[in-house]
Design a protein around this ligand. Structure first.
Ligand SMILES: CC(C)(COP(=O)(O)OP(=O)(O)OC[C@H]1O[C@@H](n2cnc3c(N)ncnc32)[C@H](O)[C@@H]1OP(=O)(O)O)[C@@H](O)C(=O)NCCC(=O)NCCS
Length: 155
């Protein structure tokens, strides 16, 4: 999200090796009907403070707008709160990313604040909108996502 330059294969390999070796980061491929359609992450895990941040990216085009992101984020939240016993899960979105902000809000994430002029993109300053879901929001998320109960699993 913070880097939109083309990524060289060697850089990508380095990033992937670091991800595998880092016990405070998790990464998953989002798979729909055996087709990889995106990736989800937990980062910045701090066991003592019981918090982490997530990232979620679907491939462009037809993969989006069909509920896959919502299902994937529900699975990430369940992993974060059930398996890692988090108190707080943080989501960050570029301020203009109304789709992501709406999705997080619908799942119970609340606004934490805005980082203004955080990135320079194509000569324009872009802000970052911070949102968080707290452990007491998990029950509501489960209720909101009851229709997804059997749709996915995290491995
Ligand atoms: C943001 C993203 C993960 C959402 O996943 P998705 O599968 O497209 O979204 P869903 O179909 O699950 O939508 C669920 C909800 O999100 C919201 N939403 C998603 N995309 C939206 C859009 N383009 N505009 C407005 N609302 C949107 C809606 O509230 C929607 O609820 P509804 O189905 O009741 O209308 C996905 O579009 C994506 O990867 N985008 C590019 C990368 C990105 O922005 N990642 C987030 C980085 S912070």
């Amino acid at each position: 999200m913070y880097d939109d330059r083309p990524i060289a294969e060697a850089d990508h390999d380095r990033w992937y090796s670091a991800l595998l070796a880092d016990e405070n980061r998790w990464g998953w491929v989002v798979v729909e009907d055996d087709t990889p359609v995106g990736a989800g992450f937990l980062t910045d895990y701090r066991a003592h403070d019981r918090r982490a941040a997530f990232g979620l990216y679907l491939a462009e085009g037809a993969q989006r707008g069909r509920g896959v992101g919502r299902a994937a984020l529900c699975l990430i939240c369940e992993f974060a709160f059930d398996r890692l016993d988090l108190h707080k899960l943080i989501g960050e979105a570029l301020s203009f990313n109304s789709g992501a902000i709406a999705l997080y809000g619908r799942l119970g994430f609340v606004a934490e604040g805005d980082l203004r002029d955080q990135l320079l993109r194509d000569g324009q300053w872009v802000g970052v909108h911070l949102m968080a879901l707290f452990e007491d929001g998990l029950a509501q998320l489960r209720a909101n996502a009851a229709d997804l109960r059997d749709l996915g699993r995290i491995a």
